[in-house]
Design a protein. Structure first.
Lengths: 411, 98
């Protein structure tokens, strides 16, 4: 209790610092309303843009984050919060290496955020399960694990198939229909909303300017600086990072980049809080640090997030209670749909412009899992002015060859 | 804190709070009966463990959560008492099996 109180006091003093910064804002603008020039302008204040901006601030860069408003569709507030490894990267071995690196760097990110902001993001990385119902699903999953394992150049996920009797030792409350599942010791989860908040709290400590209601409508480059047009005036920066989720598709061509996106929708069902019963996260069920149970995660080919498809929620809830019959006793307290950011082939895009040097683009679906790489690696490469091909060369949009691609990534 | 009206002649109903017999009256909600019992009936919240009593008494605030006949997280203010009902003051989160 006393700890919670003191962290509230800390937050209050940070608010005061922030308002001091606000009062200085007029000095950053000249009579034409033009702002000062930043080292880097990050377009997009979601989890991806925030991680990169925070990482740049950590390296001492002057950074502006241009965001839309509070009611913007935002995958950063509509995700399942897994820090997930298993089953990702079939068809792109480099993605398995990148994912494992992110998983391993997450502990450092969580501890740096804790140290800086006092916020505990509740990272738990004790391995995760994908459970199967019935023998057919078990066989299909075993086949996938084999294909992942045989992929040349891929990182070793240490995934293994376990029969129900073995699963039961780790997850004692599974129901009789569970045939087994795959386990990956690298998997975990985190409180993603608190992570998002921690990045933004960190902005203040690093002196990063968070600029809401600044949807970018045009970008030009002259005399070695980028000029970004927003409804509230122009922002100037030596470098820019486009991290605007699905909007990257329209922003990227403004600076000679390409970011084909194929967004989808996902639905989640959330139960009331209950005593901890699920010691490991699953691909489709996890218990949050505060006790709610999240049941996911559908993938739908539509982009209206205002109404739910109850038939989809019903299937998810039914499967969840067949995996854990006790769940049937819990009340559902909310369910929601969110639009997911999705590059067209499902894999991340990190690229730099040849026509507009200093312009970078970053798109990905797994903004939670990859947050550590964005904060440490992508930020470092942007700061130094060039992406390193040995690290992220495989994620260049040149892989699309200028044309669209099918999404076979497994998402 | 709460006193029953002497003009209230509704028949008594016996319920049990954490195993102790309490006399409520027909038509009481569980929350009303708990408040009228004079006992310490504070629950503790699911995340911070802060103490709470029934508040809105009309189904809105969820501060009256209580375990009734083995089912956790019931809203005590919406459930009428019944003879022999077993009430448990809920400490923290509901258990998944009940």
């Amino acid at each position: 209790m006393s700890k919670a109180f003191s962290s509230e006091v800390d937050a209050g003093s940070r608010e005061e610092n922030a308002s001091k910064q606000e009062s200085e804002v007029p000095f950053r603008f000249n009579r034409n309303g033009a702002s000062r020039e930043y080292d880097v302008a990050v377009v997009g204040g979601g989890l991806l843009g925030s991680a990169i901006a925070w990482g740049l601030g950590r390296l001492g860069k002057s950074v502006a984050v241009l965001d839309e408003g509070d009611i913007t569709k935002r995958a950063s507030r509509a995700n399942f919060a897994l820090v997930w490894v298993q089953s990702k990267g079939l068809g792109m071995p480099a993605y398995t290496v990148w994912t494992v690196q992110a998983s391993q760097a997450w502990g450092r990110l969580a501890s740096e955020l804790k140290q800086q902001t006092g916020l505990d993001v509740s990272l738990q990385q004790n391995g995760g399960f994908h459970l199967t119902l019935g023998e057919d699903e078990f066989g299909q999953r075993a086949e996938l694990v084999k294909r992942m394992h045989n992929q040349t150049g891929a990182a070793d996920y240490k995934m293994e198939m376990l029969p129900a009797s073995e699963v039961k030792k780790a997850l004692p409350l599974i129901g009789p229909e569970v045939s087994g599942g795959s386990f990956c010791p690298l998997d975990g989860h985190v409180n993603s909303l608190r992570t998002f908040r921690a990045f933004h709290t960190g902005f203040k400590a690093f002196g990063i300017d968070y600029l809401p209601e600044r949807a970018v409508s045009a970008i030009s480059k002259s005399g070695g600086e980028f000029r970004l047009t927003t409804p509230q005036g122009e922002v100037r920066a030596s470098k820019i990072v486009l991290a605007a989720g699905n909007a990257n598709q329209t922003l990227a061509p403004m600076v000679g980049l390409y970011a084909p996106m194929g967004p989808t929708r996902g639905q989640i069902v959330v139960t009331e809080r209950t005593m901890p019963f699920l010691p490991h996260p699953l691909t489709t069920i996890r218990q949050t640090d505060e006790g709610t149970v999240m049941i996911g995660d559908s993938k739908e080919d539509e982009l209206d997030d205002r109404a739910l498809k109850h038939s989809v929620s019903a299937v998810m809830a039914d499967r969840a209670q067949r995996m854990f019959p006790h769940l049937a006793r819990l009340n559902v307290i909310r369910s929601w749909a969110g639009i997911r950011v999705m590059p067209q082939d499902g894999f991340p895009i990190y690229d730099q412009s040849e026509t507009h040097p200093g312009a970078f683009v970053a798109c990905c679906h797994s903004g939670v899992t990859l947050a550590s790489n964005h904060a440490f690696e992508i930020a470092r490469m942007v700061a130094q002015g060039a992406l390193e091909p040995e690290l992220v060369g495989a994620f260049s949009a040149s892989r699309f060859g200028g044309a669209g691609a099918a999404n076979d990534s497994g998402y | 804190m709460f006193k029953r009206s002497e003009q209230d002649k509704r028949p008594p109903v016996e319920i049990f709070v954490d195993g102790t017999a309490i006399t409520a009256q027909q038509g009481d909600t569980v929350s009303a009966a708990l408040l009228a019992s004079g006992r310490d009936v504070r629950r503790s919240t699911a995340v911070s463990g802060a103490p709470r009593l029934p508040y809105c008494m009309m189904g809105v605030c969820f501060d009256c959560l209580v375990t009734i006949d083995g089912v956790g997280n019931r809203q005590g203010c919406l459930v009428p008492v019944a003879e022999g009902m077993q009430i448990e003051i809920q400490k923290g989160k509901r258990e998944i099996g009940r």
